[in-house]
Design a protein around this ligand. Structure first.
Ligand SMILES: NC(=O)c1ccc[n+]([C@@H]2O[C@H](COP(=O)([O-])OP(=O)(O)OC[C@H]3O[C@@H](n4cnc5c(N)ncnc54)[C@H](O)[C@@H]3O)[C@@H](O)[C@H]2O)c1
Length: 315
């Protein structure tokens, strides 16, 4: 039986990845230190699947204990990292370490098995972009010394580490740049915009927009994201790829969609924009649609938001 390791297994994307590979017949080792993830995200995996083995573990620590447990390792998905701005700013140093030291541990462990590590990078490597949509060839407009730099520069370092590691060791580790994925099992308290609006609407609180709401984002439902990850892993390409949805919405449009779907009486309130908040965010998916064909995002925002509302209503 082939196996995979997922770091950040109790997180939003990590828990969906574990589920995907368990259903595909793999033994799955989940690692997480619960710094931003939730035990409830993996309870169903523990109880339903005998091939799921979870370890509460900080990915920056020594991975040796796993050596006599793991066999036939195919992929390591290094997804451990705080991902929402309030949490990565609170855990700034930890964010820098897990995307550097933690990634180095994953790469070295994968090499023992000739396995492939897939690193969760981000559209934040483009910073506040001066072009839109953003193709992978765009080098970004990033502040290295500010509130978001612990995350943006950590991910940029991780990408550089993979490039250099592959060159020196002739390996095929890879990375994906995610653009705002959303769906069930996001931490309701982590402050990311889709879950935040839905939580506020269901609680009949005002929906908080930071800035005037004209900044844009593109939102990719988790099922589309996971399909893209699996395709990338099996493709054995190592170049960076954008994975997201290329339909662009203003934050105000998103708030209005949430108001409509939840039928809430909540109004919108505006608060000051945080520093370095990107004005536009939309992936150029040309490369993904070619190299990961026939992958493309399929689930429209209204359908995805509806699924999330159903999930959070029963949370
Ligand atoms: N969801 C998105 O839209 C998005 C966009 C861009 C990039 N990403 C990246 O994808 C990955 C997963 O994001 P997510 O949305 O699932 O976030 P998440 O916060 O839900 O999950 C991250 C998980 O990593 C765990 N973790 C953090 N530091 C750890 C450490 N040192 N050791 C072990 N576990 C640790 C957390 O406890 C959490 O369970 C992250 O690397 C993130 O930067 C996500």
């Amino acid at each position: 039986m082939n196996s995979v390791i997922v770091t950040g297994a109790a997180g939003f994307l990590g828990s969906h990845l574990c589920e995907y590979y368990l259903n595909a017949g793999y033994k799955v080792f989940g690692l997480d230190n619960f710094s931003t993830g939730l035990k409830s995200n993996i309870t169903h995996l523990n109880s339903l699947k005998k091939d799921f083995e979870f370890h509460e573990f900080d990915a920056c620590q020594d991975w040796t204990f796993l050596k006599n447990k793991v066999q036939n390792l195919k992929y390591i998905f290094h997804f451990a990292s705080p991902a929402s701005p309030p949490l990565y700013q609170r855990l700034a140093i930890e964010t820098l370490w897990v995307n550097s030291i933690g990634l180095e541990q994953a790469l070295k462990f994968a090499d023992l098995y000739k396995a492939r590590t897939i690193f969760a990078s981000t559209s934040e490597v483009y910073g506040d972009p001066s072009i839109s949509p953003q193709p992978e060839s765009y080098w970004g407009n990033v502040n290295s010394f500010g509130e978001r730099s612990c995350y943006d520069e950590a991910k940029r370092f991780g990408e550089a580490l993979i490039f250099s590691h592959n060159k020196r060791h002739n390996t095929q580790h890879g990375l994906i740049r995610f653009f705002n994925s959303y769906g069930p099992r996001m931490n309701p308290d982590d402050g990311r915009v889709v879950i935040n609006f839905i939580k506020q609407a269901l609680a009949k609180d005002s929906l908080t927009i930071y800035g005037d709401g004209t900044q844009t984002r593109s939102f990719c439902f988790v099922d589309d994201t996971i399909a893209g990850i699996a395709k990338y892993a099996e493709s054995y390409i190592s170049v960076p790829i954008n994975v997201g949805n290329d339909k662009e919405f203003t934050i105000k449009e998103l708030a209005e969609i949430v108001q409509k779907i939840t039928k809430t009486s909540s109004l919108i309130k505006f608060e000051p924009l945080p520093s370095d908040d990107p004005k536009r965010r939309r992936p150029d998916l040309t490369k993904a649609k070619t190299l990961l064909a026939p992958w493309e995002p399929k689930i429209p925002l209204e359908i995805g938001v509806r699924k999330m509302v159903d999930w959070l209503s029963n949370y």
